[in-house]
Design a protein around this ligand. Structure first.
Ligand code: IPM
Ligand code: MN
Length: 371
């Protein structure tokens, strides 16, 4: 197969982690006879620096034409503490989500047995936890009307949802639940918000079409507590844009490191794949960031292309590095490897280099005692 991928390296550690994914995709291409063509485009602070625009038109055009988008990270500290900044890197990502109509964002959370000791939860609470957060991504308070009065003493952000916006993501979430443990939890604030009551009504109508799926309703405050006290109860969690933003960051640390988690955003056109983590500016350019969130995002991209065997090989390679202690600094502060070395080891595994060749590599790295 031949596929065109728009690559947006973005800000901070975005470039160095995404380069590891490209290495892996190229290795997959060679092993399985696929051709991946990459079109590199700008978005975020780097795009503001070069063009004045966080999302140049050329980037949107490339994404719309491509089969998928692989994205690194967005954000720069120089904008974070300046509420008066007119142009912000994040505007680029929000506009891209809207332009590509990426209305559903999937964030899978699962326990890695080798890393259970790093979870902030007791190992027995986390062991076996495996759920997916389905976050609505192009509506709600993020995209409603924003106002501020002339005196700059009153501001508002409108949260609105239409029945259609809820239905389209709810169907996808139910369909995924049918393929998994057949449980869906709608997270909302229906005791207070009108939009949440509409979400409940629409989901209650749709559930008739998915009789094999058990549905639970949970207020977001309770859900954020339940994610910590009993994460195993969840299978598919469906929620609106801002609640999804918040609970997915909360859930993302449960597996041991935010750096491990991938995500996909799907909609009516091209899909986008990105790690959950941010741009981590303190680590930028140091070759220390964890590339696994990006590499697992590339695995989701392969699945999206129906390259399931290929995706499974990437996941096995990742599991192998974690199980053997080949990890970055965020996971092991004393005995760790560089971003690019983890990328090379995963690539070697994908290329099925013989264990003796890989052993030699460990020796060269001076870490041969680990195996
Ligand atoms: C995310 C990020 C974005 C969001 C920011 C960068 C706009 O936090 O993808 O979760 O809030 O959606
Ligand atoms: Mn977020």
């Amino acid at each position: 197969m031949e596929k065109n991928i728009t690559v947006i390296l973005g800000d901070g550690i975005g470039p160095e982690v995404t380069q590891q994914s490209i290495k892996i995709l190229n290795a997959i291409g060679e092993q399985f006879g696929h051709i991946f063509n990459y079109d590199y485009q700008l978005m975020g602070a780097v795009a503001i620096d070069e063009t004045g625009n966080p999302l140049p038109d050329a980037t949107i055009e490339s994404c719309l034409k491509s089969d998928a988008v692989l994205f690194g990270a967005i954000g720069h500290p120089k904008y974070d503490n300046d509420p008066t900044a007119k142009v912000r890197p994040e505007q680029g990502l929000l506009k891209l989500r809207k332009s590509l109509q990426l209305f559903a964002n999937l964030r899978p959370i699962s326990a890695y047995p080798a890393l259970n000791h790093l979870s902030p939860l007791k190992p027995e609470r986390m062991e076996g936890a495996d759920f997916v957060i389905f976050r609505e991504l192009t509506g709600g308070i993020y995209f409603g009307e924003k106002t501020i009065n002339e005196e700059k003493t009153y501001a508002s952000d409108l949260c609105g949802y239409s029945k259609e916006e809820i239905e389209r993501i709810a169907h996808l979430a139910f369909q995924l639940a049918q393929k998994r443990k057949k449980k869906l939890t709608l997270v909302d604030k229906a005791n207070v918000l009108e939009t949440s009551r509409l979400w409940r009504k629409v989901v209650q109508e749709i559930v008739q079409q998915y009789k094999d799926v058990t549905v639970d309703y949970m207020f977001v405050d309770n859900a954020s507590m339940q994610i910590i006290v009993n994460p195993k109860q969840f299978d598919v969690v469906l929620t609106e844009n801002m609640f999804g933003d918040i609970i997915s960051d909360e859930a993302s640390v449960l597996s041991g490191s935010l750096g491990l988690l991938p995500s996909s955003s799907i909609g009516t056109g091209t899909a986008l794949f990105e790690p959950i983590h941010g741009s981590y500016p303190q680590a930028a350019g140091k070759d220390i960031a964890n590339p696994i969130g990006s590499i697992l995002s590339a695995a989701m991209l392969l699945e999206y292309f129906d390259m399931n065997e290929e995706a499974a090989l990437v996941r096995n390679a990742v599991a192998w590095t974690l199980a053997n202690g080949f990890v970055t600094q965020d996971i092991d502060p004393t005995n760790n490897y560089a971003t690019s070395v983890i990328g090379d080891l995963i690539k070697d595994f994908v290329e099925q280099k013989s264990p003796s060749e890989i052993n030699k590599k460990y020796m060269d790295l001076g870490k041969s005692t680990i195996i």
